[in-house]
Design a protein around this ligand. Structure first.
Ligand code: ADP
Ligand code: MG
Length: 267
C-alpha cells in the first residue's frame, strides 16, 4: 500500500462501547493480512496496551512523552507479540496532559505533529494503518486524535439511546472539521456487542443504517464472551481464539476496511 499510513481514530465519547476492543482486534486482524499496523494508546487507562500484552512495567516511553514532545513516535513505538503490530503504550501519566498543555496554543495538534514523521515499523517497512484508541470523553486527548486522523471509526453499541449518542458524536466531528481538521472523514460505523436474539439490536441496526447508509459496515461484531476474556490473558481475541464468532467478525471487518482503502488509493 501507500507510504503514508491511513490514520484512524476510534471515536465515541461513551465508554464501554468497544473502542479499545476494536482498536486491538481490528489492528491484529489487519496485521494478520500483512498490513503494518501501529496502535496509539491515547487512553490513560492503558487498556489497549494491556490488551496487546504490554504490561505496565514494560511501558517506558509512552504517548505521554510523544504528546509533550520529549520523545518521537519512532522512539516510543514497541513491537507487540503479533507480527506486524506495534504499539505506542500509555500509562496514567497521560491524564496530566490536559493540565500540562493548558497554556500551549498548539495543544490540539501535538499528535498530528508527531505523526508527520511516519515512522517505519521495527522491521523497516512503512506503516499502512495507525489506529488511535481514545478515552471515553471529549478532552484534549480525543481532540488530538481527531486532529491527527484522516478519519474516525465509530464503534456503536446496539442499545437504547445509541442514535442520540451518534448524533452528538457527529456534531463533535463537524466542530473539529470546521475549526481544526477540515479533512476528517467518517471511516465507518461498526455495530458492536450485537445480540441476534435481542429485538433492540435489530431495531438499532435498522435505524442506524437508515440514518447513515453505506457508512455502516456490513459486518456486525456479535456479543461474544471470548472477546471479553481475551484481555485478561494479554492477548487480542484473534490470537486467544481465532475461531470464535467475535474473531471471525473482526477479520471480516478488516476485509471491509482494506477494501475501502484499496478503492481510495486507486481513485
Ligand atoms: P471502550 O474502549 O469503548 O470503553 P471496550 O472495548 O473496553 O470499550 O469494551 C467494554 C467492555 O466490553 C470490555 O470489558 C470488553 O471486553 C467488552 N466487550 C467489547 N466488545 C465485546 C463483544 N463484542 N462481546 C463481548 N464483550 C465485549
Ligand atoms: Mg477504551
Amino acid at each position: 500500500m501507500a507510504t503514508q499510513p491511513r490514520i484512524v481514530c476510534m471515536a465515541n465519547q461513551k465508554g464501554g462501547v468497544g473502542k479499545t476492543t476494536t482498536a486491538i482486534n481490528l489492528g491484529t486482524a489487519l496485521a494478520a493480512t500483512g498490513q503494518q499496523v501501529l496502535i496509539v494508546d491515547l487512553d490513560p487507562q492503558g487498556n489497549a496496551s494491556t490488551g496487546v500484552g504490554v504490561e505496565a512495567r514494560d511501558r517506558h516511553i509512552t504517548s505521554y512523552e510523544v504528546l509533550t514532545g520529549t520523545a518521537t513516535l519512532g522512539e516510543a513505538q514497541i513491537q507487540t507479540a503479533v507480527p506486524g503490530l506495534t504499539l505506542i503504550p500509555s500509562t496514567v501519566d497521560l491524564s496530566g496532559v490536559e493540565f500540562e498543555l493548558a497554556t500551549d496554543r498548539h495543544r490540539s495538534h501535538r499528535l498530528a505533529r508527531a505523526l508527520e514523521q511516519f515512522p517505519l515499523s521495527p522491521t523497516g517497512r512503512p506503516l499502512d494503518f495507525v489506529l488511535i484508541d481514545c478515552p471515553p470523553s471529549l478532552n484534549v486527548l480525543t481532540i488530538n486524535a481527531m486532529v491527527a486522523s484522516h478519519s474516525a471509526l465509530v464503534p456503536l453499541q446496539c442499545e437504547f439511546f445509541a442514535l442520540e449518542g451518534l448524533s452528538q458524536l457527529m456534531r463533535t466531528i463537524e466542530l473539529v472539521r470546521t475549526n481544526l481538521n477540515p479533512h476528517l472523514e467518517i471511516e465507518g460505523v461498526v455495530l458492536t456487542m450485537y445480540d441476534r436474539r435481542n429485538k433492540l439490536s435489530a431495531q438499532v441496526e435498522q435505524d442506524v443504517r437508515a440514518f447513515l447508509g453505506d457508512k455502516v459496515y456490513r459486518t456486525k461484531i456479535p456479543r461474544n464472551v471470548r472477546i471479553s476474556e481475551a484481555p485478561s490473558h494479554g492477548k487480542p481475541a484473534i490470537i486467544y481464539d481465532h475461531r470464535c464468532a467475535g474473531s471471525i467478525a473482526y477479520m471480516k471487518l478488516a476485509g471491509e476496511v482494506i477494501q475501502t482503502q484499496k478503492q481510495r488509493l486507486a481513485a
